[in-house]
Design a binder for this molecule. Structure first.
Ligand SMILES: NC(=O)c1ccc[n+]([C@@H]2O[C@H](COP(=O)([O-])OP(=O)(O)OC[C@H]3O[C@@H](n4cnc5c(N)ncnc54)[C@H](OP(=O)(O)O)[C@@H]3O)[C@@H](O)[C@H]2O)c1
Length: 445
């Protein structure tokens, strides 16, 4: 079979039929105007693909003469099942070469990354399977859409936020939006699919006391916690310290999520035994591509309180996000029964991520134009960013053994920057944080 540079390969697992597969392939061919080759093969005894209700896509990237880069929506290829030995060898030698090639990276940055078929991810009936999720900041941006999908898929979601008014307003909007989305379900689906529940939990990450209060309250409300998403964070702000004495971005992006997570760990560990049928609980941390700006390790006490702020605020933010990735790696090591992962949701300009800069008087308009241009070239949509987070939260293919401690760039498992990947640095970040919290009379078991 000739594979040219303009070939898309679709790989479908049985039990799907050839017609279903080629329909899917044709949709891609039309979209990208490329030739499409479809393989169907048996995955006997493998439940990774069987677990989903729809065809999993596939390789949607342009292929050079040999299979050079490879992506599936699940992020995995079961290469041993590949029918062609030559291709299999190529896949083995190339597809796990991370990070991905420049070509893939550019396509990805240009927004070509595949979006996800949300209905392919498992739906839970909350009437007999009460899975509880807690997300920090679900009232805006990426968090909002992540909550929407969790709610549509039957989760009981607690939205932790610092403003009750904004939180309650977003719950109202989410309920309306869920009803609207459910309008496109078929009649039998509408009768059998129930939404989850939405609750608000007051928590201000810039105050450690507020985090502890919220945890104490949450523990009285729920007996299990299946999913914790550390999504909230401040970005690119001028240098400020919190009442707890940390730099604001470091506290909201790293120290407070660290405290929240470690305080909820006993409940999550209990959930493993109490609720085994729900699978291992997951802890997801939302990080950012800017963590790559950290070219060498800095002790987290380094404040970077220098001018110009426009430069050093990025470094402070990047440092906090690097520490967040370290945190997930350490948690994965210490808690082998859970799945802990960090996710980069892409560059999403339509949230409040750059709000500080775009709201500056007069010059803010310039920043707005600049960011819009940047977004046009490199950005991705909120929806796609939230899909990447949601996939990590519920994808049944992820296991503690194979995926805990992993890092995802949108839908693709990848390696974070070398400082973030380094386990010695991860241990140093952990020790620094526990000492800092102990200094503030916060104890750890
Ligand atoms: N957008 C991107 O391109 C991008 C890229 C990489 C990573 N991320 C990360 O993705 C996450 C979500 O960001 P986003 O893009 O959706 O931006 P966003 O709309 O600004 O969301 C940030 C959320 O964090 C909350 N928050 C900030 N400080 C808080 C505090 N002290 N206590 C409690 N909540 C607080 C905000 O709550 P309020 O509504 O009360 O302000 C807001 O809901 C962040 O961690 C961000 O770093 C975003």
């Amino acid at each position: 079979m000739h594979i040219s540079s303009s070939t898309i390969i679709c790989v479908c697992a049985s039990p799907f039929t050839a017609d279903e597969a080629s329909n899917y392939g044709n949709a891609y061919r039309r979209k990208y105007n490329m030739k499409c080759v479809t393989w169907i093969f048996e995955l006997l005894g493998t439940d990774k693909f069987r677990a989903c209700s729809r065809i999993r896509v596939l390789a949607g990237l342009r292929l050079p003469h040999k299979v050079h880069t490879w992506a599936t929506s699940s992020g995995h290829i079961i290469h041993d099942d590949f029918p062609d030995t030559h291709l299999r060898a190529n896949i083995q030698s190339h597809c796990y070469k991370l990070p991905c090639s420049w070509k893939t990276f550019i396509l990805h940055m240009l927004g070509w990354a595949l979006s996800l078929d949300m209905d392919s991810l498992p739906y839970i009936n909350p009437k007999n399977d009460r899975r509880v999720a807690l997300i920090t900041a679900g009232n805006s941006g990426i968090g909002y859409f992540t909550v929407l999908h969790l709610y549509l898929h039957g989760y009981v979601v607690y939205i932790a936020g610092r403003s009750k008014t904004r939180g309650m307003k977003s719950i109202e909007n989410l309920k309306k939006e869920a009803k609207h989305t459910a309008g496109r379900y078929s009649r039998p689906e509408r009768l059998s699919r129930f939404f989850g529940e939405l609750h608000f939990l007051e928590m201000d990450l810039s105050s450690l006391a507020s985090v502890l209060e919220a945890v104490a309250h949450f523990i009285t409300c729920e007996k299990n916690l299946n999913l914790l998403i550390n999504n909230a964070g401040n970005s690119f702000l001028p240098y400020t310290t919190t009442p707890d004495g940390f730099e604001l971005q470091l506290q909201t992006n790293y120290v407070a999520p660290f405290l929240l997570t470690t305080k909820l760990l006993p409940l999550m560990e209990k959930t493993v035994d109490f609720y085994p049928e729900a699978g291992p609980p997951r802890i997801i941390y939302i990080t950012s591509v800017t963590h790559r700006f950290v070219l060498r390790y800095f002790n987290l006490s380094t404040r970077f309180h220098y001018r110009p702020n426009a430069l050093f605020t990025w470094i402070r933010y990047a440092l906090a996000k690097t520490a967040g990735i370290h945190f997930m790696k350490m948690l994965a090591l210490r808690n082998p029964r859970l799945i802990c992962a960090s996710v980069q949701p892409g560059i999403v300009m339509s949230t409040n991520y750059f709000a500080y800069w775009t709201r500056l008087p007069i010059i803010g308009i310039l920043f707005w134009c600049l960011f819009q241009l940047f977004s046009f070239i490199f950005g991705t949509s909120i929806e796609k960013g939230a899909q990447a987070v949601f996939k990590c939260c519920v994808d049944p293919a992820l296991t503690p053994r194979n995926n805990s401690g992993s890092h995802y760039d949108l839908f693709k498992e990848t390696l974070p920057a070398s400082v973030a990947s380094n386990m010695d640095y991860a241990a140093q970040s952990w020790i620094w944080t526990t000492h800092q919290l102990e200094k503030r009379n916060i104890e750890f078991s």
